[in-house]
Ligand binder design. Sequence first.
Ligand SMILES: [Zn+2]
Ligand SMILES: [Zn+2]
Length: 207
Amino acid sequence: MEMRSKALNGTHFVKKHYYTALANQFGRTDKAFEYRMQNISYICCLMGRTWVPGLKPAKNVGPQNAPILERLICEWEGQPYTGRAEFEHKVMAYQAKPAALPAGTQEPKLRYGAATHFARDPQVKAWVLRAAASLCECCDKPAPFITAMGEPFLEVHHLRTLADGGSDTISNTVALCPNCHRALHYGADKLERREAIYHKLPRLVRE
Ligand SMILES: [Zn+2]
Ligand SMILES: [Zn+2]
């Protein structure tokens, strides 16, 4: 996570130094730590977050380890645990080997959790939606539907996420169709897409 913060802030670091320090402290090989970092990338990926460039997500995380990693990431960020990565990791595992027809749950239990939100400026969201003029700022296609309120439906996304210290300003915010929005969080090409948006819209400033 320290490497991730450095990567986000454009601070220089050497990955190998981290692996070597950990290997010396805990007695495994550098390579073993690199692989564990890729497991952390995978959990970040399931959480819809960025990871350290070059540390491609590796998905064979043990079922008990996924929630441990997710909790540590949430703690590091000062965010409450949501269990999102834990859930998606189970979905991936079940997808890999289809089980019998699932019985499901007739009365799903409520799960209470503290939710923290960043206080966002409604004027920023309104300005960005107006600037987009009902077209997705990524693919230029019209908003996919009109809401019950009669508004074209677009979602507002922060290019540097608020959790990563991004600002809630018009120079960090874009209006997107739901497909492009999800792709920017979960797509294999999310970084390329993000770059393309930076090139396309002059109002954006890298943070
Ligand atoms: Zn789009
Ligand atoms: Zn977003």
